[in-house]
Write a protein that binds this ligand. Structure first.
Ligand code: IMP
Ligand code: MG
Length: 187
């Protein structure tokens, strides 16, 4: 398979569409088993998780609800640190079994700032399903309850993930080809 160019960078194939579909199906299977009779509420984090969410939700065979939110992040004051606002979260979470759907957990900063806001609403339970996790990049300890793939700390593209707005429509996942250094180029 060949590399692709997006903006100024080169990416090479990393996780194929069938491999992704297999894992998504397996993750959905675990959720179906764990949440039967509990009518879970999935909260999908836009934009990145839209493709993972659509594929996963098609494999959910138990009664379940879903809502889509966007997280707006800004730097707060020194004491409040990193502040995250959830846009579109209009369902009452009290007593609900909530499963957050994320495309990728990188540093964990986003989830670290966001999850306490959900806990504050007193759900009956709260878990995270993420397609990808970069354990070596994670500085905020986030436990991923349902995981597609554990990946190295490299920049990924496709299947919902973008590089500066582009690449979300690619049906598989690519990874950045690291810049070729001068030494290699001249030989
Ligand atoms: P975190 O707060 O550092 O965990 O970052 C999470 C967010 O950063 C994800 O939801 C993505 O939108 C974005 N992100 C992290 N790693 C990548 C990547 O490799 N490719 C594209 N987006 C990424
Ligand atoms: Mg995201």
């Amino acid at each position: 398979m060949s590399t692709i160019r997006v903006h100024d960078k080169e990416f090479k194939p990393y996780l194929g569409a069938e491999m992704i579909a297999d894992r998504v199906r397996a993750v959905a299977g675990e959720i179906n088993k764990d949440y039967a009779g509990k009518r879970p509420l999935f909260i999908a984090i836009l934009n990145g998780s839209f493709m993972f969410t659509a594929d996963l939700f098609k494999e959910i065979s138990i009664e379940a609800e879903i809502c889509f939110i966007k997280l707006a992040s800004y730097k707060g004051t020194k004491s409040s640190g990193h502040v995250i606002t959830a846009i579109g979260l209009d369902i009452d979470l009290i007593g609900r079994h909530v499963v957050v759907l994320e495309d990728i957990i990188d540093t964990g900063k986003t989830m670290d700032a966001f999850l306490p806001q959900l806990v504050h609403q007193q759900p009956a339970s709260l878990k995270i399903a993420a397609l990808l996790h970069k354990p070596s990049a994670t500085v905020y300890p986030i436990h991923v309850d349902y995981l597609g793939f554990s990946v190295p700390d490299e920049f990924l593209l496709g299947y919902g993930l973008d590089y500066d707005g582009l690449g979300r429509n690619i049906p598989s996942i690519y990874k950045l080809v690291q810049g070729i250094d001068k030494e290699e180029r001249t030989h």
